[in-house]
Design a protein around this ligand. Structure first.
Ligand SMILES: Nc1ncnc2c1ncn2[C@@H]1O[C@H](COP(=O)(O)OP(=O)(O)OP(=O)(O)O)[C@@H](O)[C@H]1O
Length: 261
C-alpha cells in the first residue's frame, strides 16, 4: 500500500460537516484539518458532540458536508481501502466474547486479506506486534469475555493497531486503563505520530489531552477552539468551555488541569 500522507496534506479534513441524531442537529458546519504525523485530542463538555464528530470523521455516520482522508474525498475511497487506511477504536464496542484475544487482534487484519482467505504470516506478525505493544500478548489464547475491563480495552486497542493504518481514531481509549497503562498509551500515540500517522482521540481526561500536539475544543456541536496544546490561548479556551471550573497549570514541565471547587 502507498505510504503516508504527502507533506502538508491533512490526515483528515472536514468542510461544513453537519450531522443529526434522532432527527436533531448535533454537529453544525464543522471545518477542521487534522494533521498527519501528529496527535490531536478532542475535548469538550458532556453532550458536546465529540463521539458524534469522531464517528462522522470515520465515515460511520450519515452527514452533510465534505470529508477527505489523506487528501482524497472519503466517499470516493472504496470501503476496504478506507478500512486499511483508517482504524477505529470505539466506545464500548461489542465484540464476540468467545473470540480468543489473538483472533480479536486478527480482526484488525481483515481489510488486508482477500475475501474468505485465512490470515497469512504478515497478518499474524502484525497482530503479534500490536498485542505486544499493549502488553496483551500473554493472553493471546484467552477468551475476550474472560478479561477485565482494562484488559479488554488493551485487546481492542491492539485490534486497532493491528490494522497499521495511516490514521487512527480512538473514542475514550483510556477507559478502564490503570495509570501505568495510560502512560503506555501516551508513549504509544507519540510513537505513532512520530512515525507519521495521524492520531485523533476523544478524551475526558483533560490532563492527558493536554499532552497532545493539537487540541480541538468542542461545544454545542461546534469547534470552539483549535490550537496547539502548548499555546496559552488553547488553555484559556479550555478553561472557558469548562466554565472556569478547571485551571491549566504547568508543573515539572507537564501541563495539568486542576479541578476548581
Ligand atoms: N442516538 C441518539 N439519538 C439522539 N440523540 C443522541 C443520540 N446519541 C447521542 N445523542 C445526543 O447527541 C449529542 C452529542 O452526543 P455525543 O455522544 O456525540 O456527545 P459527547 O460529547 O461524546 O458526550 P460525552 O462527553 O457525554 O461522551 C448529545 O446531546 C446526545 O444526547
Amino acid at each position: 500500500m502507498k505510504a503516508l500522507a504527502a507533506d502538508g496534506v491533512p490526515a483528515l479534513a472536514a468542510r461544513g460537516l453537519a450531522a443529526d441524531l434522532g432527527g436533531r442537529p448535533v454537529l453544525h458546519g464543522i471545518d477542521l484539518d487534522l494533521p498527519a504525523g501528529a496527535w490531536t485530542a478532542i475535548v469538550g463538555p458532556n453532550g458536546a458532540g465529540k463521539s458524534t464528530l469522531l464517528r462522522a470523521l470515520a465515515g460511520l455516520l450519515p452527514h452533510r458536508g465534505e470529508l477527505s482522508l489523506l487528501g482524497r474525498p472519503l466517499a470516493a475511497i472504496h470501503r476496504r481501502e478506507r478500512a486499511r487506511r483508517l482504524a477505529w477504536l470505539g466506545q464500548n464496542e461489542a465484540v464476540a466474547p468467545d473470540l480468543s484475544v489473538l483472533d480479536v487482534a486478527l480482526l484488525g487484519r481483515l481489510p488486508h486479506q482477500s475475501w474468505l482467505a485465512q490470515p497469512g504470516p504478515a497478518d499474524h506478525a502484525a497482530a503479534e506486534r500490536a498485542l505486544r505493544a499493549t502488553q496483551a500478548w500473554d493472553w493471546r489464547d484467552r477468551r475476550l469475555g474472560q478479561l477485565s475491563g482494562g484488559e479488554r480495552q488493551r485487546v481492542l486497542l491492539a485490534r486497532a493497531l493491528a490494522v497499521e493504518a495511516d490514521v487512527l481514531l480512538m473514542d475514550e481509549p483510556l477507559a478502564n486503563l490503570d495509570p501505568p497503562h495510560q502512560a503506555d498509551w501516551l508513549r504509544l500515540v507519540r510513537e505513532l505520530a512520530g512515525a507519521g500517522r495521524g492520531v485523533v482521540s476523544v478524551l475526558h481526561e483533560v490532563g492527558f489531552a493536554l499532552q497532545a500536539d493539537w487540541l480541538v475544543v468542542l461545544a454545542d456541536g461546534r469547534v470552539a477552539h483549535r490550537g496547539a496544546c502548548a499555546d496559552p490561548a488553547t488553555h484559556r479556551a479550555l478553561e472557558a468551555v469548562f466554565e472556569h471550573r478547571i485551571a491549566i497549570r504547568e508543573i515539572d514541565g507537564w501541563r495539568v488541569a486542576l479541578p476548581l471547587p
